[in-house]
Design a binder for this molecule. Structure first.
Ligand code: HEM
Length: 493
């Protein structure tokens, strides 16, 4: 009745205009920011700031303009960005209960993982899954010493594979294979040969999927999931890759089910299957097949790409700065020599090498925007009001390059981690693993991997760039920030 009366006065174009103005008014009224909400660039109606990239360089630039706490809008979702050591520490450490959750109902995660797993879960389920994973990491193979032995053994395979290379080569895949074998030992109870075609293929599919997931164009799926289900683009390739990776993990889990001996769990999957039986009366803890599949993928994703990318940066920095490489090798020769494997007991005696690895993580900046979180309650931060449910992103990049914390934030300077006597010094703003309740679960394991693999390689080889190699320190951004692929020459020492 209302519309037929309206048509008596205006034509169809006029009707569309009125309808649009009505939607616009509704949008302006219902989507209005609350008082004291963090400032940010003006959002377009309905779309928000989707034309503003979500890469760390853009975010760090916007922080210079709008301050350490600012906001963007993606579609109808408001995202608050937190930058600089002081503010990130305030959010993650001082107000640790306010920002301990992950955003829920993220369309991309729902599509890939059914919304389950360790990394993206919250509340009781997350607590139980994290506790279980933590205790597996601590107790697997007699604890950290057992893990150290596995890494040492793998470093021998890695050095052998480097030796076999004829001429310059891209080390990325070998480093990923070595690092993922540590996770494979933990999760599947065995490693894979570096020439295992099926496993290499899975690693490549997974690495590509992680890269695609970080692209702004892929993130658009989260804004318009229904529409983007039918639109071609990088998100489709990412989903296709994930479904193959999950199929592979599914097969591994099924093999474990077939020969499970509950009294003698061999690895994470076995231990999890046993826990599923024990926890039958507590479904809220989420010990079921879906969560096992997602948590296995979590281990792989979180544990492979990160450490391998850091090692890729490490080798690149050593080629770029040969005098630093020589100093590391001199320390290795003095403390370890050439007749035995590096071990974790060497680290306290190797402050320079330790500083170089820390500086690699700082300048490598491999997870520049951390992992997204959600405000669990209404919170005040830096004088701004952040309502419960708002998505939060902490710029770890801005912390690792904070001008107030680092003497030469833009250069590779191991001196950042050395005192005047040349001894190792810890730095508060060193947060590549983030901080607070969601701090990286694998920090200790990763630090062990970085030390043992890095020192083993430099104990055996002098690294030089392949012919004509430019060695760019500009990385490429997916979910992690990785060096542009390069070719390396390894000369036996
Ligand atoms: C150099 C290597 C690594 C770096 C730089 C790194 C960094 C990070 C960062 C920044 C986060 C997000 C923390 C947050 O939300 O505040 C994270 C989470 C996580 N990492 Fe790592 N990580 C590394 C290696 C590993 C390894 C080897 C594992 C395997 C055990 C692992 C397992 C995890 C898990 C399970 C989470 C999610 C924790 C949760 O949501 O409760 N990471 N990591």
């Amino acid at each position: 009745m209302f519309f037929s009366c309206l048509f008596d006065y205006i034509d169809f174009t006029g009707f569309l205009l009125v309808f649009f103005l009505f939607l616009l008014l509704k949008y302006i009224i219902t989507d209005k920011n609350p008082p004291c909400f963090p400032p940010g660039p003006w959002p377009l109606p309905f779309m928000g700031n989707i034309f503003t990239g979500l890469d760390f360089r853009t975010i760090d630039k916007l922080a210079e303009e709008y301050g350490d706490v600012f906001s963007l809008r993606w579609g109808s979702e408001k995202i608050v960005f937190i930058s600089g050591y002081k503010m990130v520490k305030e959010a993650l450490v001082i107000q640790l209960d306010s920002f301990a959750d992950r955003p829920s109902n993220v369309p991309m995660f729902d599509q890939i993982l059914n919304g389950t797993g360790l990394i993206i879960s919250n509340g009781y389920l997350w607590k139980m899954q994290r506790k279980f994973a933590n205790s597996h990491l601590r107790n697997f193979n007699k604890g950290l010493r057992g893990l150290e032995l596995i890494i040492q053994e793998e470093s021998v395979y890695l050095c052998d594979a480097f030796k076999e290379e004829q001429g310059p080569f891209d080390p990325q895949l070998l480093l990923s294979s070595a690092v993922s074998n540590i996770i494979s030992s933990l999760v599947f109870g065995h490693r894979f040969e570096y020439h295992d075609k099926q496993f290499q293929n899975i690693l490549q599919l997974d690495s590509e999927a992680i890269f695609l997931s970080g692209l702004t164009r892929t993130q658009l799926y989260n804004v318009f999931p229904r529409l983007f289900n039918f639109v071609p683009g990088p998100h489709q390739k990412m989903f296709a890759n994930y479904s193959k990776v999950l199929e592979f993990l599914n097969d591994e889990i099924n093999k474990h089910k077939e020969d499970l001996d509950s009294s003698n769990p061999r690895d994470y999957i076995d231990a999890y299957l046993v826990e599923m039986e024990k926890r039958k009366s507590d479904p809220e803890a989420g010990f079921n097949f879906d969560t096992l599949l997602s948590a296995t993928l979590d281990f792989f994703e979180a544990g492979t790409e990160t450490s391998a990318t850091t090692l890729c940066w490490g080798l690149l920095f050593m080629m770029k700065y040969p005098e630093i490489q020589r100093k590391v090798q001199a320390e290795i020769d003095r403390v370890i020599g050439h007749s035995r494997l590096p071990s974790m007991t060497d680290r306290p005696n190797m402050p320079y090498t330790d500083a170089v690895i820390h500086e690699t993580q700082r300048l490598g900046n491999i997870v520049p925007l951390g992992a997204p979180k959600r405000a669990c309650k209404d919170t005040m931060l830096g004088g701004y009001f952040i309502p419960k449910g708002t998505t939060i992103t902490t710029s770890l990049s801005s912390v690792l390059k904070d001008k107030n914390e680092w003497e030469t934030p833009g250069s590779f300077n191991p001196g950042h981690f050395l005192d005047e006597k040349g001894q190792f010094r810890k730095r508060d703003a060193f947060l590549p693993f983030s901080a607070g309740k969601r701090v990286c679960l694998g920090e200790q394991l990763a630090r062990m991997e970085l030390f043992l693999f890095f020192t083993s390689l430099l104990q055996h080889f002098t690294l030089t760039p392949g012919p004509g190699e430019k060695l760019s320190l500009e990385g490429q951004l997916g979910f992690t920030y990785a060096p542009i692929s390069y070719h390396i020459n390894v000369n036996l020492r």
